[in-house]
Each structure stands twice: as structure tokens, then as C-alpha cells.
Design a protein. Structure first.
Length: 376
């Protein structure tokens, strides 16, 4: 098996275009028009500033931190690999990862021969921290959508201090929270690394751009910066991150969330009627579900059949959750197509889709909801 086959992701695959993609957690309305326009207008004729000084100052001002603490990355996965390497070069030998969780945390550690310890929840993580470790917390978690509360963060912070471990908080889906808010205390955030990946919330996952915010004490910042390749961000990636701090664009993103909450509620009801056993507890724009009973233990025929009909669900087997799928909030049209397809396989009666409503984004641009199946 080659390394190109070793990790499973949602979104684009080697098959034909997907019309209705429930496997990617990108914003189902696509990008705010101004964000897309900024990316399309990026200067492709010249190198960007290799230090990204203006961008780092802009992001630092947005987060209220010094620009030197902001490190651009070519995407979340690249940032994970680079930060893990910096930890190893600094003497860390163990990496703690959530289970279930994004597979790139463990993959980056295994590639460097580091010990990987999985944890189920915050309190198990706290009990696990008996020696210095690199600790990954994804909040909201991918794939569960779960988010730590204040008591959980407090327990983790105490264990971090006692063990001399370094926390990294992956906030890739924080802007797509559909309930509540992040409970990460500022005092803990100041001592942690944070990873921000705007392309999910913008529905522009094909544009690779992310950034790390280093801890206030500067731990590993110089090393992580030195490990970056030259021009780690393309001009398009830089434009994406600049758009991330534009108030009008952020306002459009925020204004779209009530519609996503409405779609979430409708989709939950319809998928339950299709026979899916929904797993609650998440705060994000995605959740886990068990397949209808005829497909328990044998998901492949159903998932392959749906894929042949242009519908893709995210098999959660690679998360260590066989028999479950991760599904993201999609438009009523997409949910209606899933219901009709499920009727073919499971005998359930398709539910009528509620009338479509326009969201906060203008979806008449090329990346509207009919094109979201093209995105990873």
C-alpha cells in the first residue's frame, strides 16, 4: 500500500464527480462572494512576500497577539506535520491524540517514530499525561462534533502543567459551530498552540491555507518557522487568509449560521426517518450516525451504491468506528436526493424536501451548492 492510500478523507476521490457530498464538512453554501473574488484576484505572476509580514500583522491584530506568534501554513495537514517535527526535534517522544479523531495527528507522529497514545475524553487525557507529550485537542472534535467544557479544559490544563506537556488546539471547525461557543479559557489558550483553517468555513477546501498561533512564551516558534518551506503559502492561500479577517466577509459567514441550524434540524429528522441512528452531542455542522439496520456491519454495499448514484457519505471506519458514517449539514435538495436513494436500497419512503431558501451567501457564483460535490 502506498502512502497515497494510507489515509481516508471526505470530499473528492478518484471516482466521478459527486453531486451531493455529505462526506466533506465544508460550508454547504460555498464561499462568500467577496472571499471567492479575493482568491480569484490573487497575483499569480509574482512570488508572495516570503515572510508574509503584512499577513501576519493582520492576523495577529485580529487575534490580539504579536505577529511573530502567527505562522502561515499551506494547510492544516502541513501545519500538523511541521509542528510534530518541531516537537520531536525538541525532545518530545510521545504524542496524545483523540480517539476518534482526525487521522493526520497520529500519522504525523508515526512517520517520525514517535509513541502515539489515544484518549477518549478530557479526563482520560488528564490521567494519561504522566510524561512530557505533544497533546492534540480538536475542538469541535472531528468526527464527533463534541466540544470541551470548562471543567474539561481545567482538568487538562492541570495535567499539562504537572507533566510538562504542550497543548495544541485544532480549531478548524470553530467558525462552523451551530450551538454554544468555545469554552477554552484565555489563560490556557495563551499557553497553547492553536491551528486555524478558514477554508472549511469558507467552503474553499481546494485552496490550501491555514495558520498556527504560537504560545505566548514562544516555545518552539522559531523552530516551527525554520521548518517551513519557502513560500509556504501560495498567492491564493494568502488571499484566503486576508479575507478571513475582513469584517464584511466574517459578517456574511456569521449570518449564514441560522440557516445551517435550520437545515441541521430538518436533515436530522429526515435521516432518522430513513433509518439512520443519529448520535447526538455535537455542536458542529456534522455528526455521526449508524447505518440503517440492514447495513449494520456491512456498510460497503450501501456506501458504494450511494456513491454510484452521486451521493457520498463519510465511512467512519478509518476513525475506528466501523458501521458509522459522518454526515455534514447539506441543502434540503441534497437530503431529498439521499432519501430517494435510500428508498432504492432500504425500502424507506422518500420524504418531501422543504422548499429551498437562499442563505446569507449569494449562491449564484460558480461555487454554489450544486458544485459542492467537487470540493474535498
Amino acid at each position: 500500500m502506498t502512502r497515497f492510500q494510507s489515509l481516508t478523507h471526505g470530499g473528492t476521490d478518484a471516482g466521478p464527480p459527486v453531486r451531493h457530498d455529505f462526506s466533506t464538512n465544508a460550508h454547504p453554501l460555498g464561499p462568500p462572494p467577496a472571499a471567492l473574488d479575493a482568491v480569484l484576484r490573487a497575483d499569480r505572476l509574482r512570488y508572495p512576500d516570503p515572510t508574509y509580514a503584512t499577513l501576519r500583522a493582520r492576523l495577529g491584530n485580529w487575534h490580539g497577539v504579536e505577529p511573530d506568534r502567527v505562522l502561515p501554513a499551506s494547510g492544516g495537514s502541513e501545519a500538523i506535520r511541521r509542528l510534530t517535527l518541531a516537537a520531536m526535534l525538541s525532545g518530545v517522544t510521545r504524542v496524545c491524540v483523540p480517539q476518534p479523531g482526525f487521522g493526520d495527528y497520529a500519522a504525523a507522529a508515526h512517520a517520525l517514530g514517535l509513541q502515539v497514545t489515544a484518549y477518549d475524553d478530557a479526563f482520560q487525557l488528564a490521567d494519561t499525561l504522566t510524561l512530557p507529550s505533544l497533546v492534540w485537542v480538536c475542538d469541535p472534535n472531528n468526527p464527533t462534533g463534541a466540544s470541551f467544557g470548562l471543567d474539561e479544559w481545567t482538568a487538562v490544563a492541570l495535567a499539562l502543567g504537572q507533566s510538562g506537556s504542550q497543548l495544541v488546539v485544532d480549531q478548524a471547525y470553530d467558525a462552523l459551530r451551530l450551538s454554544g461557543s468555545c469554552s477554552l479559557p484565555q489563560a490556557i489558550a495563551d499557553g497553547a498552540w492553536r491551528l486555524v483553517c478558514p477554508n472549511k468555513a469558507f467552503g474553499l477546501t481546494g485552496v490550501r491555507g491555514a495558520y498556527l498561533i504560537g504560545p505566548r512564551d514562544g516555545l518552539w516558534i522559531a523552530r516551527v518557522a525554520e521548518l517551513a518551506p519557502s513560500w509556504v503559502l501560495s498567492s491564493e492561500g494568502q488571499a484566503l487568509l486576508e479575507a478571513w479577517t475582513t469584517p464584511s466577509i466574517r459578517g456574511e459567514l456569521e449570518a449564514s449560521l441560522p440557516l445551517l441550524r435550520e437545515w441541521h434540524a430538518m436533515q436530522w429528522t429526515q435521516m432518522a426517518a430513513m433509518g439512520f441512528d443519529q448520535i447526538d452531542g455535537g455542536v458542529a455542522n456534522y455528526w455521526l450516525a449508524a447505518l440503517p439496520s440492514p447495513w449494520h456491519g456491512v456498510p460497503e454495499p450501501l456506501l458504494e451504491g450511494l456513491r454510484a448514484m452521486g451521493i457520498k457519505l463519510r465511512d467512519a471506519t478509518s476513525f475506528g468506528l466501523p458501521g458509522l458514517v459522518r454526515v455534514s449539514v447539506q441543502s434540503p435538495e441534497a437530503v431529498g436526493a439521499l432519501a430517494a436513494a435510500m428508498a432504492t436500497f432500504g425500502g424507506h419512503t422518500p420524504l418531501p424536501s422543504p422548499p429551498s431558501r437562499h442563505g446569507a451567501f449569494d449562491t449564484t457564483h460558480p461555487f454554489d451548492t450544486t458544485m459542492m460535490g467537487e470540493m474535498s
